[in-house]
Design a protein around this ligand. Structure first.
Ligand SMILES: *[C@@H]1O[C@H](CO)[C@@H](O)[C@H](O)[C@H]1NC(C)=O
Ligand SMILES: *[C@@H]1O[C@H](CO)[C@@H](O)[C@H](O)[C@H]1NC(C)=O
Length: 204
């Protein structure tokens, strides 16, 4: 009795696993915007990617332990019908928004898609471009592009990680639906927009 009961349970587990295995590849193929199968405009390759749990965002990354750097491509749905902004950042000294060094991207009134690093010093940050000397983590190769096909924005950056802190960091990501006077305006302060925080191990 007990043995056949266990067998039934095992078979159910196998069936559940089989169905989840057959489910995930078809999910991955159904969308060009899925994590590992995404093709970048310049065919850039990243060793890892993570589907972030809020706001439909994805982070692709290449971590180089020897130089303590990570090259990232952050993808997020266009906010505000293309009139909004998206941002991703690392918080090197705490968790959540305040203290985060972010890269933000939006459509400037002059027509260009702009991307630059900014420091989120408070819950009402200036969102102004940060001077290199004010960045706790040196960042280079910042750029952005819009994918009309996927209705999303891709932000690229290479971040020099703090030495001796390992490969696991707290990060946040965000989107807002409007930009006023070429300054990203506040994002919603409820729901997914305040839950878009987590930690990421760049070595994985
Ligand atoms: C990521 O690392 C791989 C392997 O070193 C390299 O081929 C690729 O060009 C890197 N991608 C980016 C975007 O730096
Ligand atoms: C628009 O303004 C941004 C920020 O000042 C600048 O980097 C970009 O080159 C400008 N684009 C055009 C087309 O003038």
């Amino acid at each position: 009795m007990a043995a056949s009961g266990r067998l039934v349970v095992s078979l159910l587990l196998v069936a559940a696993m089989a169905s989840s295995f057959s489910f995930s590849p078809s999910t991955a193929q159904s969308s060009s915007s899925s994590c590992a199968s995404y093709t970048f405009s310049g065919n850039q390759l990243y060793g890892s990617c993570a589907t972030l749990p809020r706001l439909g965002a994805t982070l692709h990354y290449n971590y180089t332990a020897a130089t303590n750097t990570v090259a990232v491509a952050f993808r997020a749905p266009q906010a505000g019908g293309g009139k909004g902004w998206v941002a991703w950042g690392l918080n090197p000294s705490g968790s959540g928004m305040v203290g985060t060094q972010a890269v933000v991207a939006f459509r400037h009134s002059n027509g260009s898609l702009v991307a630059y690093p900014t420091v989120l010093g408070s819950y009402a940050p200036s969102m102004a471009p940060a001077a290199a000397k004010d960045l706790p983590l040196p960042v280079s190769a910042v750029s952005a592009e819009e994918s009309a096909k996927d209705k999303e924005v891709v932000v690229y950056a290479t971040v020099a990680l703090p030495a001796g802190k390992g490969s696991k960091f707290n990060h946040v990501w965000q989107q807002g639906s409007s930009v006023a006077g070429d300054v990203p305006a506040a994002h919603p302060t409820s729901g997914d927009n305040v839950l878009s925080v987590g930690s990421i191990d760049f070595s994985k």
